[in-house]
Design a binder for this molecule. Structure first.
Ligand code: NAD
Ligand code: ZN
Ligand code: ZN
Length: 376
C-alpha cells in the first residue's frame, strides 16, 4: 500500500461541540503504532448512542470528536506486532475490546475487558489519545472507533476479521445495534422456549431483541413503543402483540399484567429512559421475571425493593454480552446463511456528506437504521 507508514488526509464528519450539526472536514489520520490497525471504513450505521453523546449526555467533555461506532471496512495497513490482520482483510471495528489476557477476558461470565476505554474514560466516551487531527487540533475517536471518517486507527483488541464475502454495507450493523439487542435476549435474559416477552423501544436494538426472543422460542412477544409506526417492522422480526403506552390511562405494567396473568417472563428495555427501565422491571412476573437494561443513559434510575425481593432479576448488558473475537464473525456467518436478519433493519442509505440528515431521521423516529457510504 502506497499510504502505509504515512499520514493519510481524508474526509470526516467532526462533532466540534454538543447540540450542533456535524461539519465535513479534511482530517489527518496518523499511521498505526504498535498493536494498531488502520482501517479504510466502507460503511457505517448511525446508532442512538451517537445521538446520545451529541444531544443528551450530561457530561460534555468528549468533544471535539468523530462519532460513529457501527462500521465495517478493509485493513489499509498494520502497525508493528500485528500478526492476525493484513492489508485487504475485511473487518469490523467494535467499541468493546477483547485483549484475551485480562481476568475479564478469561472469564466466560462477561465481555468486559480491562484494557477497554470504558473503564477509565467514560467521561470522554473515548481514550484521551487519538489518531485524528484537524487544523492542528486533536479530535477524539468516539468509543475508540470514530467511523464517520474514511480512515480510522484502532488497537487490534477492538477489531474482528470477518468473512471475505461479507457485504460491508450491511454487516456494519453487526458492530453494535444487532448483537446488542439480539444478545440481550439470547445471552443476558436467557429467553426460554414458550416464554412470554416484552421489548420496550423498537429501534434497531429493540427489533434485534424481538428477533432474539423469537429465535429463542418465545411464544408471545409484546412490542412496546410510543411511535406506532414501528409496529409493522416489529411484526417482521416476530412480535405478536403491540402496545403504545400512551394509549392507556394506566401504567403499561398493569396492562401487561392483565394480558399475561401477572406479567411477562422476560422484559428488555431498549430506550435509554429511567422511567421505561422501571416500567420494564414492573412488567415482569414476580417469582422468576428477568428484566434487562440495554438503553444507555447517565442519569439515575430507581425502583421499589419489593420488585426484587419478590424474586425478579434486574440485569444490564453491553453489546448483548458477546465477546467480540469469537462471536461477531459467527454472527456474520449466521447472517450469510440466513439464520439472522440484517437487511430488514436498513431503511435508508446515504453518503457521509448527508450525515446531519441521517441524524435527523433517527432523532425524529423516521428510520430504523440509515447506512452511510463512507468510501468505495
Ligand atoms: P432508536 O432511537 O432507534 O430507538 C429507540 C426507540 O425507543 C424508538 O423507536 C422510540 O420511539 C422508542 N421510545 C422512546 N421513548 C419511549 C417510551 N417512553 N416508551 C417506549 N418506547 C419509547 O435507538 P437504538 O439505536 O435502537 O438504541 C436504543 C438504546 O440502546 C439507546 O439508548 C442506545 O444508546 C442503547 N444502546 C445500548 C448498547 C449497549 O451495549 N447496552 C448498545 C447500543 C445501543
Ligand atoms: Zn451503538
Ligand atoms: Zn481483556
Amino acid at each position: 500500500m502506497a499510504t502505509a507508514g504515512k499520514v493519510i488526509k481524508c474526509r470526516a464528519a467532526v462533532a466540534w461541540e454538543p447540540n450542533a450539526p456535524l461539519m465535513m472536514e479534511e482530517i489527518e489520520v496518523a499511521p498505526p503504532q504498535e498493536g494498531e490497525i488502520r482501517i479504510k471504513v466502507v460503511a457505517t450505521g448511525v446508532c442512538h448512542t451517537d445521538l446520545y453523546h451529541l444531544f443528551e449526555g450530561k457530561d460534555k467533555r468528549g468533544f471535539p470528536t468523530v462519532l460513529g461506532h457501527e462500521g465495517a471496512g478493509v485493513v489499509e495497513s498494520v502497525g508493528p506486532g500485528v500478526t492476525d490482520f493484513k492489508p485487504g482483510d475485511k473487518v469490523i471495528p467494535v467499541s468493546v475490546a477483547h485483549c484475551g489476557e485480562c481476568r475479564f477476558c478469561k472469564s466466560p461470565k462477561t465481555n468486559l475487558c480491562e484494557r477497554s476505554w470504558i473503564n477509565d474514560h467514560v467521561d470522554l466516551m473515548s481514550y484521551p489519545t487519538t489518531c485524528f487531527t484537524c487544523r492542528g487540533q486533536p479530535i477524539l475517536q468516539f468509543t475508540s472507533t470514530g467511523t464517520f471518517s474514511e480512515y480510522i486507527v484502532i488497537n487490534q483488541i477492538y477489531v474482528v476479521k470477518i468473512h471475505d464475502d461479507a457485504p460491508l454495507d450491511r454487516v456494519c450493523l453487526l458492530g453494535c445495534g444487532i448483537p446488542t439487542g439480539y444478545g440481550a435476549a439470547v445471552n443476558t435474559a436467557g429467553v426460554t422456549p414458550g416464554s412470554v416477552c416484552a421489548v420496550f423501544g423498537l429501534g434497531a436494538v429493540g427489533l434485534a431483541a424481538v428477533m432474539g426472543c423469537k429465535n429463542a422460542g418465545a411464544s408471545r412477544i409484546f412490542a412496546v413503543d410510543i411511535n406506532e409506526q414501528k409496529f409493522e417492522k416489529a411484526k417482521v422480526f416476530g412480535a405478536t402483540d403491540f402496545l403504545n403506552p400512551k394509549a392507556y390511562d394506566k401504567p403499561i405494567s398493569e396492562v401487561l399484567a392483565e394480558l399475561t396473568n401477572g406479567g411477562v417472563d422476560f422484559s428488555i428495555e431498549c430506550v435509554g429512559n429511567p422511567e421505561v427501565m422501571r416500567a420494564a422491571l414492573e412488567s415482569c412476573i414476580k417469582g422468576w421475571g428477568v428484566s434487562v437494561l440495554v438503553g444507555y443513559t447517565d442519569v439515575d434510575f430507581s425502583a421499589r425493593p419489593i420488585q426484587l425481593i419478590s424474586g425478579k432479576t434486574w440485569k444490564g448488558t453491553l453489546l448483548g454480552g458477546y465477546k467480540i473475537k469469537d462471536s461477531l464473525p459467527k454472527l456474520v456467518n449466521d447472517y450469510m446463511t440466513g439464520k439472522i436478519m440484517v437487511d430488514e433493519f436498513i431503511t435508508h442509505k446515504m453518503d457521509l456528506e448527508q450525515i446531519n440528515d441521517a441524524i435527523n431521521l433517527m432523532k425524529t423516529g423516521q428510520c430504523i437504521r440509515c447506512i452511510l457510504n463512507i468510501s468505495k
